[in-house]
Write a protein that binds this ligand. Structure first.
Ligand SMILES: Cc1cc2nc3c(=O)[nH]c(=O)nc-3n(C[C@H](O)[C@H](O)[C@H](O)COP(=O)(O)OP(=O)(O)OC[C@H]3O[C@@H](n4cnc5c(N)ncnc54)[C@H](O)[C@@H]3O)c2cc1C
Length: 389
């Protein structure tokens, strides 16, 4: 069987490795000079390759997620990685990393498998068209026409990449709008004094007073707005709503003293009555954050200062752009594809981030990209592939 894979990212490489280990004649077409460019920048260069606690609640509510997670367990994913020479460890929160702690080493391992099992790589080459021909398909790459029995679209997303052109490959009814996700947010009320500060906080996202989501972790204040993993995760809620064409009147509310209740904090500040305002939060908050809270609250009671610290609000303005987003909300709607084969109505198989599936930070996106490819094979085919290293 001849297979053409469009896109040499995690999804395309996974599909290609399992295919060639099952004896298929595989060609990977990649528009970049090398495969795995995005894998190589993941996890700050360490590659957070998966998550041992992966769960459907980490993703948007696409029905295909359940199918993928039910079919490909974490153990099986590890088995696949090990068969490619990638050994992993996990941190206290279940985030999986390669033992090498090197994202580019992960790319080396996958590429080595393709070389070893005889796949053809066509680099610096953009696939531009796809059509049915006879019993098979033809993929156009520059001047070349490549005939195949199966074509796989694994061309990713516009997040930190040139936007892939999906029009030649995807029936238009199967495309949703796309929105940058896992992305810093521009907010109002930002104060230059906070720029660069990192603070542990509980963050709540509200829409017109309704709580949409909560995350805890490090918030990074920037001159334009807010960043940090918990902010990126909350940006996914806004992005998913935007894909569903839902606007909102969003507010980020930070509890920057999560260790104390509002009452305990107010009581402590009452005990400091008479202190100069710039010393009020000594030993509790970073001076810059204390300065901001005092400035915002004005001449007020200790209870008001405590309330500001427990409910520091930043009205949302916009999601930042593709150049800062880690993943894309929206894409090829799984509703229009065969839930078993991942084939669209024109016969192309769509995998990975090109689909309207996005996960929270923590390894969920690489996991889905790879697992979506794995679960299009039968158990026997997967087993055969894992038995070869
Ligand atoms: C900075 C950053 C950090 C991240 N960190 C993590 C992390 O730690 N953990 C995690 O799980 N996820 C992380 N992600 C998300 C994760 O990298 C992606 O979700 C995942 O790599 C998607 O894999 P993919 O194979 O679907 O797409 P991609 O990796 O985007 O691969 C698609 C490939 O297709 C090629 N292509 C596109 N169109 C064509 C065409 N017409 N012809 C030929 N080739 C084409 C592209 O050049 C690209 O190489 C991160 C993303 C970014 C940007």
């Amino acid at each position: 069987m001849k297979v053409v894979v469009i896109g040499g990212g995690m999804a395309g490489l996974t599909y290609a490795v399992v295919s060639c280990k099952n004896g298929y004649d595989v060609t990977v077409v990649e528009r970049n000079a090398r495969v795995g460019k995005k894998i190589a920048v993941t996890g700050n260069g360490k590659c957070n390759i998966g998550n041992a606690n992966v769960d459907k609640s980490c993703y948007n509510s696409s029905e295909i997620v359940q199918r993928v997670l039910a079919e490909i367990s974490v153990e099986e994913y590890r088995e696949f990685l090990r068969s490619c020479g990638i050994f992993t460890y996990q941190d206290g929160e279940g985030r999986m990393y390669p033992l090498s702690d090197s994202a580019s080493n992960v790319v080396d391992c996958l590429r080595f498998q393709l070389e070893k099992y005889g796949a053809t790589l066509i680099l610096n080459a953009q696939a531009t068209a796809f059509a049915k021909e006879g019993n098979g398909y033809v993929v156009t790459v520059g001047e070349r026409k490549i005939f195949c029995d199966k074509a796989v679209l694994a061309c990713g997303s516009p997040s930190q990449a040139t936007a892939p052109d999906l029009i030649p490959f995807v029936p238009s009814n199967a495309l949703t709008p796309v929105v940058p996700s896992l992305v810093p947010v521009k907010v109002r009320n930002m104060d230059g004094v906070l720029n660069g500060l990192r603070v542990k906080a509980n963050v709540s996202l509200y829409n017109d007073g309704f709580l949409l989501g909560q995350q805890s972790g490090e918030v990074l204040f920037r001159d334009y707005g807010l960043s940090g993993i918990c902010i990126l995760d909350l940006s996914a809620i806004i992005a998913r709503r935007a894909v569903a064409r839902k606007e909102g009147n969003y507010i980020f509310a930070l509890d920057v003293v999560p260790q104390l209740s509002e009452w305990e904090l107010a009581e402590t500040l009452y005990g400091r009555r008479g202190w100069q305002k710039d010393k009020l939060f000594y030993g509790i908050l970073h001076n810059k954050l204390a300065e901001h809270i005092v400035k915002r609250t004005g001449n007020a009671s200790p209870a008001d200062y405590a309330h500001t610290a427990k409910f520091l609000t930043f009205p949302f303005e916009k999601l930042l752009d593709w150049s800062m987003s880690q993943v894309t909300a929206g894409g090829v709607s799984a509703r229009y594809m065969d839930q078993r084969t991942f084939e669209l109505s024109n016969g192309i198989v769509a995998l990975g981030e090109v689909l309207n599936v996005d996960g929270l930070c923590g390894g969920n996106n690489l996991y889905f990209a790879s697992a979506s490819a794995l679960c299009t094979f039968t158990k026997e085919q997967r087993k055969r592939a894992y038995s070869l290293s």
